[in-house]
Design a protein around this ligand. Structure first.
Ligand SMILES: [Zn+2]
Length: 283
């Protein structure tokens, strides 16, 4: 049974596509990166979640509010052409824009190179996109918007039910369907953090974990299944502790747990796909 861990791409990506398609895909990845960087800056919790506000507003300079000309909105090219400064007020433009565009380009090419033109590539790229947005929103504002969180669930359930996206030996071992794999994954992820939070609230009278984190871990569970959640949480907690030690001086009380859960999920995928540490783990 082919899944994202054992999928082998027999013919190389280059032999599957022609130059025109490579250019087209590159432009697509760059544009999505450009859209994502804008989206992250527009999804601040203070701004109302109106579709018109998010999707159809003309991009303007954060400093002088002047509209950005169309040519300067071209991914990376626009940034380089303006030498990283707003043409009107000369204020530096955030490096976050071109960096995100470059990351989306590289990740897109890497995914399609690894999985070819396949449904797995599309799913992985979509999941990466949602993860990227949630990662930075949680890191910056401790904010995990519900629609994005729910889209992870949709990707998890549809991916596993229709394409065995990340269904592993858990399915054979427990003799369950892909639907149950996703469902049990969701329930385990959601209820684990819910229980931890309930215990915390019992002793401290306040919530220790945000509700968005429950859904996020549940969503990741719906993609990679219940048994993966232990390692994901372990890695998330380890990264969170390291971050906390470094950030302690800034007197930041709250930890962006969601961001670390996402990093844990991505690390888990890499470890399983490329069989890292296989010599160290006796399973
Ligand atoms: Zn400006």
């Amino acid at each position: 049974m082919s899944n994202i861990y054992n999928f082998s791409n027999n013919s190389s990506f280059i032999s599957q596509v022609n130059l025109f398609e490579v250019v087209l895909l590159s432009l697509l990845f760059l544009s999505i990166g450009s859209f994502v960087s804008t989206l992250i800056l527009r999804l601040e919790p203070s701004i109302s979640l109106k579709i018109s506000n998010i999707l159809f507003r003309r991009s303007n300079c954060k400093n002088c509010k002047k509209n950005i000309s169309l040519i300067n909105l071209i991914p990376i090219v626009g940034y380089l052409k303006q030498f990283g400064k707003c043409q009107k007020c000369k204020k530096n433009i955030s490096i976050f824009y071109p960096l995100t565009e470059a990351i989306f380009y590289l990740v897109g090419i890497m995914i399609f190179n690894e999985y070819g033109i396949s449904i797995f590539s599309i799913y992985l790229f979509l999941i990466f996109t949602v993860f990227y947005i949630l990662f930075f929103l949680d890191l910056t504002y401790l904010y995990l918007p519900l629609p994005l969180n729910l889209s992870i669930l949709v990707l998890g359930f549809t991916g596993n039910i229709f394409f065995n996206f990340a269904t592993d030996s858990t399915i054979l071992f427990f003799d369950i369907t892909p639907l149950m794999f996703s469902l049990i994954g969701f329930i385990c992820g959601y209820s684990f953090l819910w229980i931890v939070n309930s215990i915390y609230r019992f002793f401290n009278n306040i919530d220790g974990i945000g509700g968005g984190d429950f859904i996020l871990l549940g969503g990741i569970g719906s993609i990679i299944g219940p048994l993966s959640l232990g390692p994901v949480l372990f890695m998330a907690a380890s990264l969170g502790i390291i971050y906390y030690i470094f950030k302690r001086t800034l007197n930041q009380k709250e930890l962006p747990l969601g961001s670390f859960i996402i990093l844990g999920g991505i690390l888990y995928f890499f470890i399983k796909r490329f069989e890292l540490f296989q010599n160290f783990i006796v399973l």
